[in-house]
Design a protein around this ligand. Structure first.
Ligand SMILES: [Fe+2]
Length: 207
């Protein structure tokens, strides 16, 4: 797969769910509380949540790949919804964000991340949305051609500067944690580290 690479590393599933439920899940279940919370972007089909301040049990992943954490996000995709197509941007900068490492918190396997390449799609004049953290296509039609899709069943390196979205075709809410590192580290830099790690642990599947 070109844009998604499973990482053969353990993660503390129960610990992640604990933190999610304590700080975020109760808010998601009661949307009245979200309205004026500055950490929440309500993207209608999804909530994009700034969750950098919480003590997520991700030290082993951060240490292994020497990640200088920039932000940590939680993405909640509502049942039977898909997030708008977008590319990730570094907030307050022109540059795109090239990668993220995502970890499933709840029902990661029930949805998909999908990628749409520039070669076969025309996204028109892209516009910057949600306070500068993403760009999206000029048109919102739904006949763009999807090149790759993957479920988030474990720790996964994702490419985020190619047009993409999360989709959830099920009746369950899907929740994923997303670690964003220093944008000076390129997709190729992190991909090399992940491939080396996967080879050293005897699992290079998916790449
Ligand atoms: Fe994204």
């Amino acid at each position: 797969m070109k844009y998604s690479v499973p990482i053969n590393i353990d993660f503390d599933s129960a610990g992640m769910l604990d933190i999610y439920q304590k700080h975020i899940g109760t808010l998601v279940d009661n949307p009245k509380n979200i309205k004026h919370n500055p950490n929440f972007i309500n993207a209608y089909t999804s909530y994009l949540i700034n969750a950098t301040e919480y003590k997520w049990p991700i030290e082993n992943i951060v240490d292994e790949f020497d990640i200088d954490v920039d932000t940590i996000k939680v993405f909640v995709t509502k049942p039977n919804k898909k997030l708008f197509l977008h590319r990730d941007k570094v907030a307050n900068k022109q540059e795109l964000r090239q990668w993220a490492i995502n970890i499933p918190i709840l029902n990661g396997e029930v949805g998909y991340n999908e990628w749409f390449e520039d070669d076969v799609n025309d996204f028109g004049n892209e516009k910057i949305v949600h306070g500068g953290v993403a760009t999206m296509p000029q048109g919102l039609h739904d006949d763009y051609i999807c090149t790759e899709s993957c479920a988030i069943t474990g720790v996964t390196l994702l490419r985020t500067d190619i047009m993409h979205r999360a989709r959830n075709d099920t009746d369950k809410t899907r929740v994923v944690l997303s670690i964003r590192g220093n944008p000076k580290v390129t997709w190729n830099d992190i991909l090399e580290k992940v491939n080396e790690f996967n080879q050293s642990t005897g699992n290079s599947s998916g790449s």
